[in-house]
Design a protein around this ligand. Structure first.
Ligand SMILES: [Zn+2]
Length: 499
């Protein structure tokens, strides 16, 4: 009996440090791996795509008010009168300020911030670790600093001023809000959360820069003091963290000083600024995977700031991150033989897909134009089609006319493509949309624009192209989307309606 008792005590002595190690002192790697694996439990499911609005966030912010961990306060209103809220969490000495969507059409990190709130709100897991972190740091979040821009999914605010060029003149209500809260808190760290073009690459590789970082310069000489140095070290650590999820998909921005930008000035005012830019990732149009990477990155940042693990990293590691280049296109059709005045020439053709808003900016369709022609051997495509030895010609308009979209739906489009047709005429249908999910362009015959279809392969034009291999139609290009007629693969996400 006594022996069993002794054993129990010995066991406890062995176990106690283990228990406390596994909960409090879980390594950063273990913590990050676990929250990444369990991410779906935290993902805020009401935010499903990029074009959510200020109104979609308000019920989520209201919900946080019921949780006593969170302190929600009103910082002020946007130019058009939308509330801009501050969400505070934690009691620790080190203050960290996050602000997202200063540019209205850069929403990825905003979604991730609500995933972070859900992570902290969910009790019954990582409780000791959360308690530990929140005793070391106090987190302040401004989700969607530019709600007026987000309303119409544009970069600038209601004055059409770029908030990130208003840090000194402070003419916008939103800029004043950010400046005031920065000055009143004087936080040690700041996360400046943006989206960048999906066409950026990691150096001159073909890999998209899914995340790009910057520790902004605070002067033209690009000096490094302790404030900027800490941001560089933290970025070095976060780059290593992300690399485990998507190897070599992190780049960094050039650090030219921009005297009017918030990142640069906040660095100057004494807060270590980490700029995070969400770029592109293959087949992630709505950036939901990139959102998860944002969540992981910011959580790892919070952990690191609390536990000072960034201090082990070096400027050299930061400097080793490749710079952003812009070498990606949505699609490149390579090596196509074209004809001009009976003379053949060879060209690569690239499109960078462009979104046109619909339904009050809550959705979009594509209206694409050629954005590069010629030797595109230095560029890469998210999608690439090899057309060496193939010839391109203008798509034809089908001769039979139709009365309704229903009739067009019944057509076997593949048969039409094989005959070189890329457009049909609708005579009597009343259609309000400017696009169709059917894979063929539609001309409304009684309209003046019918004769203005782009015909030749030129910059900023959108011709339909029929591509032949050995005389037979192999591909059609409609609105910049390529369909493989022979293998019946590829997707014309939308064609256009010309009126
Ligand atoms: Zn931005």
């Amino acid at each position: 009996m006594e022996k069993t008792y002794k054993l129990l005590i010995i066991n406890l002595i062995i176990l106690i440090p283990y228990i406390s190690y596994s909960q409090n002192m879980m390594t950063k790697e273990q913590f990050v791996a676990q929250i990444a694996q369990k991410y779906d439990l935290y993902k805020e499911n009401t935010l499903k795509h990029r074009r959510f609005k200020h109104a979609d966030l308000q019920p989520l912010i209201e919900k946080l008010k019921a949780d006593k961990q969170f302190n929600v306060s009103l910082l002020g209103k946007s130019i058009e009168g939308r509330n801009i809220s501050l969400i505070k969490l934690g009691t620790g000495k080190t203050k960290v300020l996050f602000w997202s969507q200063m540019h209205g059409d850069e929403p990825t990190a905003t979604m991730a911030l609500f995933d972070i709130f859900n992570f902290f709100a969910k009790t019954g897991e990582f409780d000791d670790l959360k308690k530990d972190i929140l005793s070391k740091v106090t987190l302040y979040f401004i989700p969607m600093l530019n709600p007026d821009g987000a309303e119409v999914y544009k970069r600038r605010n209601a004055y059409d001023i770029d908030l990130n060029r208003d840090a000194l003149r402070l003419q916008s209500a939103e800029a004043v809000i950010l400046k005031n809260i920065r000055d009143s808190l004087n936080p040690e760290f700041g996360f400046n959360l943006h989206d960048q073009s999906t066409f950026y690459t990691v150096g001159n590789s073909r890999t998209p820069a899914t995340i790009s970082f910057l520790a902004p310069a605070f002067d033209y000489e690009k000096n490094i003091n302790e404030v900027r140095g800490n941001a560089m070290k933290l970025i070095a650590e976060l780059t290593e963290t992300i690399d485990k999820f998507m190897p070599r998909q992190v780049a960094k921005y050039y650090d030219d000083f921009e005297p009017r930008a918030f990142g640069d000035n906040i660095q100057k005012w004494g807060t270590s600024v980490v700029l995070i830019e969400s770029g592109g990732y293959p087949n992630d149009t709505e950036k939901q995977y990139i959102r998860k990477i944002n969540f992981i990155t910011m959580m790892a940042g919070i952990y690191s700031i609390g536990n000072l693990s960034y201090q082990k990293y070096t400027f050299e590691q930061y400097n080793a991150i490749p710079f952003n280049e812009r070498l990606l296109k949505s699609i490149i059709v390579r090596g196509l033989t074209l004809k001009n005045n009976k003379k053949d020439y060879k060209a690569d053709i690239a499109y960078s897909y462009a979104e046109k808003p619909i339904n009050n900016h809550s959705d979009f369709y594509y209206e694409n134009v050629i954005d590069e022609i010629g030797d595109l051997s230095v560029f890469y495509g998210y999608q690439e089609i090899n057309c060496e030895g193939m010839t391109g010609e203008e798509g034809k308009v089908y001769t039979k006319k139709f009365n309704s979209l229903e009739e067009v739906k019944k057509l076997n489009l593949n048969d039409l493509y094989k005959e070189g047709y890329t457009a049909v005429i609708l005579e009597k249908a009343k259609i309000n949309e400017d696009f169709t999910k059917l894979g063929i362009n539609i001309l409304l015959s009684n309209s003046p624009k019918t004769n203005t279809l782009d015909k030749s392969v030129e910059m900023n034009k959108n011709p339909s192209i029929v591509i032949r291999q050995g005389g037979k139609v192999r591909y059609v290009v409609i609105n910049g989307f390529v369909y493989d007629v022979e293998n019946k693969t590829g997707e014309i996400k939308n064609a256009l309606i010309y009126r």
